[in-house]
Design a protein around this ligand. Structure first.
Ligand code: SF4
Length: 344
């Protein structure tokens, strides 16, 4: 986090991150049917992130919606003919969907679902940081507000960050990176680019521990370790594969190992297990036995996405993403650069 103030802000948001209520099987079935009908009634499509609960991911699949990472979600929303996009994820994902589809209505189960990276990167403070380093090219991670994106030269996701920064480095550019310091450090080590890093972190990935992973490997010596680069360098260093959620999902299928230790939000297990029914997936240890970790490998804000909240958002038209048109235009410029960046 950037400061004690930011840590307090994250804590304050966390105190509002109330988990979804436990439903009986009967209640869950009734709510699923209700949401399905509401999606039809409102010409809406459900777009879910890999970190949401299995029940929401399954509903997205069943109703012709989509499961993916933040960029894939926004791209799907822009392509899909539905006039309302229901984005199950965290707020910056809804905002990205709105930036790419400004003519559509974007609803979220709750606008309270946020992200420690977004919270820890205040747009005014960030703008000042950029002003202090005018000779740097500003590259920001997708996990930021529309206002921070609008201040950037480039927006990247973890699946394309290495290629974009490598290319800028080859052009002799110095990089100002925000907000995730661990991902920034990983990109810096991989590309050799000169990078100034904002001091933000993901509260989920920051808690994975290299020692715990190595201990688990002793019990499962044939297991491969998959790590998301929002994790600290010590954790990345013990990885067999480091990559974005989509890249880890791909690796889970391609690696010959029948057991995989996964250092990212456990929501990804839904897809990993579905695509690899014969493999065993283990959560990478976080802060250790009896620890009072804040996330324990699951994002508390992703956990706020529930069928109940989705139903009331659709019924009442609440929790809609609104962004000023000028901000949309400005945030689209660096986002579009990423979309146009040639993929390998
Ligand atoms: S898992 Fe981390 S990066 Fe993803 S939304 Fe939650 S806090 Fe943000």
């Amino acid at each position: 986090m950037n400061s004690v103030y930011d840590q307090l802000l994250v804590r304050e948001h966390l105190s509002r991150a109330t988990p979804s209520a436990n439903l009986s099987e009967l209640e869950e079935t009734a709510l699923r049917e209700q949401v399905k009908q509401l999606l039809v009634d409102h010409n809406a499509v459900l777009i879910a992130h890999y970190y949401t609960s299995p029940v929401i991911q399954a509903l997205a699949e069943e109703t012709g919606g989509f499961i993916g990472d933040s960029l894939e979600m926004a791209r799907f929303g822009a392509r899909h003919p539905a006039q309302t996009l229901v984005v199950a994820g965290v707020r910056f994902m809804g905002e990205t969907a709105k930036i790419l589809s400004p003519e559509k209505r974007v609803l979220m189960p709750t606008l309270e679902a946020t992200c420690s990276l977004d919270i820890g990167c205040d747009a005014d403070e960030f703008s000042q940081f950029c002003d202090e380093h005018p000779e740097h090219t500003v590259v920001v991670y997708a996990n930021t507000s529309a206002a921070v994106k609008a201040r950037a030269d480039w927006v990247v996701t973890s699946s394309i960050a290495l290629q974009v920064v490598s290319s800028l480095h080859e052009q002799g550019k110095k990089i100002l990176w925000a907000p995730d310091k661990h991902l920034g450090d990983y990109i810096c080590r991989e590309t050799g680019a000169e990078m100034l890093l904002w001091d933000g972190a993901c509260i989920v990935h920051e808690e994975f521990k290299a020692k715990g992973i190595l201990d688990l490997k002793k019990v499962h010596p044939t297991a491969a370790v998959l790590v998301h680069p929002e994790s600290p360098a010590s954790v990345v260093d013990v990885a067999d594969v480091t990559g974005s959620t989509s890249q880890l999902l791909k690796a889970a299928g391609e690696l010959p190992n029948d057991t995989l230790i996964v250092a990212t939000d456990r929501g990804i297990f839904y897809k990993m297990q579905q695509e690899n029914p014969n493999k065993i997936f283990l959560e990478a240890p976080t802060a250790g036995q009896g620890a009072s970790c804040r996330s324990c490998a699951h994002c508390p804000w992703m956990g706020m996405n529930s069928l109940e909240r989705m139903a009331s958002s659709l019924k009442e038209g609440s929790d809609e993403i609104h962004i000023a048109p000028e901000l949309i235009q400005n945030a689209l410029i660096p986002l579009q650069k990423m979309l146009d960046f040639p993929k390998d």
